[in-house]
Design a protein around this ligand. Sequence first.
Ligand code: ADP
Length: 220
Amino acid sequence: MEPLCLILFGPPGAGKGTQAKLLQSTLGIAHLSTGDMLRERSAAGDAFARELAAILNSGRLVPDETVNRMLEERIHRPDCAKGFILDGYPRTVAQAQLLAGMLARRGIRPVVIHLAVDYNVIVARLADRKICPNCGRVYGSASRPLVPGVCDQDGAALTVREDDQEQVVRERFKAYEQQTAPVLKFFAEAGYPSYEVEGGTPQAIAQQIEGFLQKHKQPV
Ligand code: ADP
């Protein structure tokens, strides 16, 4: 059986990270979040990190060459040999083209999961989202901390992601509509099996995705 590349696709705040974490444990494959990689790199303190931080905090997309280089390096690591979940990549048609070439060369089969969540639901969700600066755990309306403002896992004070501020959220949606949404057409034209999920609890959505993957076990 070829390795699987599960592409989680959808607007900011659709729940890609939440699904990736749930599916990572059930499928036993690596979780690759370009947003997490970029945030980590932007904290390094050098000039490039400052440049990255400025882009992230504006809600715009990081240039393709930077993200492509990071992703290419990452998927060659041993933990990706059995397959991987992409969370937040590809986000432009140029990224999708690079990915398609890499998958074809390495005999990895792609499956696309489109998390189509209503705009108003997402805006409310992002306004409510808090994260633990230590362990990265995400809290929101579906996962409140036991003590308000404090991480259940390590007791750290929860913070708001800088790009979850309203003005930045608007920019992220604009980038999604203009640069990322067209990637869906690329997937369709490339013949990637894809499945659209509309709503439900995180667990219910993860189960739907697993059901879809069962049906698509055959190589494409
Ligand atoms: P969300 O999906 O909720 O917007 P992410 O953590 O995936 O959050 O992304 C945060 C930011 O990181 C994006 O707004 C963008 O600036 C940058 N980013 C993440 N992935 C990519 C990518 N594939 N291409 C370009 N920029 C990216």
